[in-house]
Design a protein around this ligand. Sequence first.
Ligand code: SF4
Length: 410
Amino acid sequence: MLIDPPVSGAAPPASLYLHFPFCVHRCHYCDFSVHRTSRAPVEEWLECIGIEVAQWFERVGWSRPVRLETVFVGGGTPSLIGGGMSHLASLLDGWFDRTTELEWTAESNPASLDVAVAGSWRRAGVNRLSVGIQSFDDRVLRWLGRLHDAAGARQALDAARAAGFEDVNADLIFGLPESVPRDWRAEVGRVLEAGVTHVSAYGLTAEPRTPLGRRVQTGEIRMVSEDRYAAEYLEAVEALVQAGFVHYEVSNFALPGRECRHNWHYWDGSPYLGLGPSAHGFVGGTRLWNVFRWEAYRRALADGQSALEGHEMLGAGESRLERLWLALRTNRGVAAGDPLLDRLVLSAADLLESWGDAGWVHRDEAGLRLTAEGWLRMDTLVAVLGGRMGQHESGEDPREGDGIRESDRA
Ligand code: SF4
């Protein structure tokens, strides 16, 4: 590949994302970059990451060591790295300065996480563990096609604690077809009993390229109704907030002080480096992404080429819309004094007032943010606000074509 992004001389990012693409089995709803294998080629993946890091330092001209504040190893199934995490730590130490405040998160699947793996990660420097439990109901886990059962989910969370992890996230999926029996509220309760410090709750989506997406298209599976989806989301919000969790982003909840700093760097527009197949980065004001598939990624690097597939710089209007979208997805919202808030008020005061009456937005001396009800409709609300700002600048009547519906949801 002959991608030559305009990043020469860019400041080094303090955040690093690494994509580990291997899974033993592909879940029928998953459209991530996943390479199915019973034996993950950990050494080969580490070699590729090493080549990519060297390419980046040469491409931009960074000098070693670059100071890191956050590292996130996502997947795929990073727990298949097992004891290889210490090799990753050594590799990173050749290029980066892992400060004492470093937040190092790694994702794991209960089927491949035990005390031995969790302990070896802790010793390697991982200090935040994310466990993909998804559900505490065997019927749901079978329907999702996960390799673990409810007992395995609990054992994985216990292993995380036994290994000394103080920051533990549990991923949950809601919004399943109504034909799948479950007691969602009870499952949220069981996550709370397990003593996690962070919960990520994601609504199931039927992506077109997945087996689930195809079965939905043929009518074989009917996705959840908007009302049920919203009810489950709001039930989780209520239970978690009552238990003392801060709902700090559309899908994320944390006990005070336990928020994921790495994700905050995405949302506040900080630069980050993404390595591994399909990984995205943001360096020198340029968005960059790698080839999607493991084989193409591995081959490119083995041939001495770059794994980058593309890059883009956003124009002023696109950047403003993206900043609005990123700000409104968190509980910080758009702060008072931010010129973006002045633009919103100038172009959409009537909408902000009626959405405030509907309970979708909250405005006070700190600024403007969406409520949980607003987050259910976030994509539509942001699109309408973006349209209003564009119309305002071009002198059109800003109230035409808002297209908002009572039932729109994120
Ligand atoms: S374990 Fe995660 S990454 Fe792997 S196939 Fe399932 S959903 Fe996708």
